[in-house]
Design a protein around this ligand. Structure first.
Ligand code: 5CA
Length: 436
């Protein structure tokens, strides 16, 4: 993408309404624009990050054996009356009347809908387990939407739902999802700490939430720093073997981690002082195991091994995909702007032409741009160098390929790594190899 012709409205000043870093930087880096309270339009750079996150979430869900579906955002109230949640859910639910005066709603979550669809399809216990997920927009009419997309009213969520034969299988599924979540967040370039959590309006008794450490986090957290040193991608687990899943889960939960609501001072005292960490966390995922709450209340049964009706055991598994864009920035920025992990960056690199109009600079930049992938931005604007460097640091591209008249004479490119600040002199091939 050529910056001179792209829809990337960067801002020099901090917008007054933005109170936290990620909100300020997402507006200044031209990633989003607010359309109404808690509701945002995603501009090209922001949408690229959103889809990069969604794709990594999708890959790890698929690897864990889940199957992707896509359910409507519009739901009938009838479904929620069957589960008894229509009245309980409260003012967060946006209720709508269609032209035939039918009660509808903009879905805040999809337990009822997925259970209803599951019940139409699955008739025998032999077809269990089923784990279905979607990545879809939700609406929750938050009384005080704030911090930009961190606490929005319309937001993008991966929500997964599992159906198992019995409690033991449901626990296996829960543990399989736990590992998939830890792998997902690690691949997103952040450290999300899994913590036991309460279950709130979703229900059930087994629940964990995943928090990214950041000073602006809404939850107080206490955890053993050993959790930060784990490499979950190297964790050797046979996800189809109960004993292997149990071994992983036992080890993972042996490290202390709790939000302030669940903090247990006696257990905390057991953690070696050098490994005790306190801080604030942003909830980017939440998983629940809630048994037969929805299959029973909605009377969705399959024929069991003895032919009698069997109510499957369920769990639900959420990841805040749009919230993650902001949470990653909170965890990865400096005074000059965003520092994107390579896995989610909107652009892998930016080509910075220090002297538009200089034949050799223009030629070398065009060569770089022609050879690079779709994920490379070319700052071809007739701006002075300082403004180009400031925008490159603000937008947070992992790599800056800087082309000046001196270097261009020898076909050389100065490459700067945004995270480390390290600069090296590379040939054209060398620079392309770094950003491949
Ligand atoms: N108002 C919001 N704005 C942005 N993200 C949100 C908002 N509310 C929740 N989320 C994100 O969505 C994730 C899942 O939401 S949840 O309520 O915990 N869980 C569910 O809705 C389950 N039905 C998941 S299948 C949260 O962990 C959080 O990261």
């Amino acid at each position: 993408m050529r910056l001179s012709r792209s829809f990337l409205p960067t801002l020099k000043e901090n917008p007054a309404e933005a109170q936290i870093t990620s909100h300020r930087l997402m507006l200044r880096a031209g990633m989003i624009r607010q359309t109404s309270a808690g509701i945002y339009a995603w501009l090209p750079a922001g949408l690229r990050v959103l889809e990069n996150i969604a794709n990594i979430v999708r890959e790890e869900q698929d690897a864990a054996g889940a199957q992707e579906v896509l359910m409507p955002t519009m739901q009938s109230a009838e479904l929620w009356k069957r589960s008894g949640r229509y009245d309980d859910y409260g003012p967060e639910m946006l209720r709508i009347r269609d032209r035939h005066e039918r009660d509808m709603l903009f879905g805040p979550t999809n337990e009822e809908m997925i259970t209803d669809i599951f019940g139409q399809v699955v008739k025998s216990y032999k077809e269990l387990p089923q784990v279905l997920y979607q990545i879809q927009w939700k609406f929750r009419d938050e009384v005080r939407p704030r911090f930009g997309v961190m606490r929005g009213r319309e937001f993008y969520m991966k929500d997964g739902y599992s159906f198992d034969l019995d409690t033991a299988s449901a626990v296996d599924t829960y543990r399989r999802m736990m590992l998939a979540y830890l792998r997902t967040f690690q691949r997103l370039g952040v450290r999300a700490i899994p913590m036991r959590a309460d279950t709130g309006p979703i229900g059930g008794e087994l629940s964990h939430e995943f928090l990214i450490l950041a000073p602006t986090g809404e939850s107080g957290v206490f955890f053993d720093s050993a959790l930060e040193d784990q490499d979950w991608l190297a964790e050797n687990v046979d996800i189809n073997d109960r004993a292997s899943l149990e071994q992983f889960f036992t080890r993972m939960t042996s490290f202390y981690a709790a939000t302030d609501e669940m903090h247990d001072t006696a257990a905390w005292a057991e953690v070696p002082a050098a490994r005790q960490r306190e801080g604030r966390g942003i909830e980017v995922g939440h998983i629940f195991n809630f048994g037969r709450k929805y299959t029973q209340s909605m009377d969705i049964a399959v024929s069991g091994p003895d032919g009698a009706p069997l109510y499957p055991e369920m769990g639900s598994y959420g990841i805040g995909v749009s919230r993650l864009v902001a949470a990653i920035i909170e965890a990865s920025h400096d005074e000059n702007g965003i520092i994107w992990p390579e896995s989610v960056a909107p652009f892998k690199a930016v080509i910075i032409n220090l002297k538009n109009g200089d034949a050799q600079c223009d030629a070398l930049c065009e060569q770089l741009y022609a050879a690079a992938s779709r994920a490379v931005l070319y700052d071809d604007r007739a701006e002075r160098a300082g403004a180009k460097f400031a925008d490159a640091d603000l937008m947070g591209h992992p790599w800056q390929l800087i082309v000046g008249p001196r270097g261009a004479k020898e076909g050389k490119v100065e490459v700067k790594n945004r995270r480390t600040g390290e600069r090296t002199e590379e040939t054209l091939e060398g620079a392309l190899a770094l950003i491949a």
